[in-house]
Design a protein around this ligand. Sequence first.
Ligand code: G5P
Ligand code: MG
Length: 227
Amino acid sequence: NMSAASTFRTIILGAPGSGKGTIAERVCKTFGLQHIVSGDILRKQQQENTELGKEVTNYISSGALVPDELIISLMSKEMKTVGPKWLLDGFPRTFPQAEKLHKEVGMVDSVINLDIPFDVIRKRIESRYIHFASGRTYNLEFNPPKVPFKDDVTGEPITRRPDDEPEVVMARLKTYRERTEPLLDYYRKAGVLKEFQGTESNVIWPFVKEYLEAQMNSAESNKRDKK
Ligand code: G5P
Ligand code: MG
């Protein structure tokens, strides 16, 4: 049974465009986890044109992170509504965020890191389109919509993310290097980090799947042993 564990809390890490959303979607479908995407939560605020949405726009469009207090408060609210099996995508991204998460839920069961060369990432992002309202993501080459430039589910137009312009992508990659990459060591020391290297999501995915199956089975047998 692939979803044997009754609780499972995981994080997916990786540079912008590394395929977090792509892999996470498959993980969540296969193992029945809730997919919580910090970027989608922020973009929803932007789309609804809330005060918070207006406040975060300058950060996002310049490739900077939004302030810790702001994202922590949004995510804390979100975490109160989730069930026992989830995957965080895009959070935490700084030490204060990781510490806050640890304080609220303890150490997660596993952290997946996608390690993809930056030149591959830059190419992928050039042909990414999204359905802004839902966060559904396409790629003109890798994962094209059924009807050109239309969302598969709603038929609404799909668009480029404003922060996918090349200059902003460079800034996002720099931000990632400086602020988020150091978290790898934190999770490595906690013994929960698993790294995947490669250039294609379809090649990486079966390894991620195999790894998580083993993790969930051992999480379950540990619980049985403790009883
Ligand atoms: P986001 O939204 O979290 P990023 O920058 O971390 O944004 P992003 O861009 O969403 O990450 P991803 O999810 O890692 O990338 O990648 P993806 O969408 O799955 O894949 C990228 C593209 O490549 C897609 O078109 C996909 O179809 C395609 N693709 C996938 N695999 C392959 C493949 O094998 N081959 C090919 N050819 N294509 C492929 O955050 C946005 C902003 O929000 C703020 C920040 O300002 C951030 O910049 N923010 C936060 N700020 C502070 N703290 C936080 N915790 C924050 N979270 C968000
Ligand atoms: Mg994403």
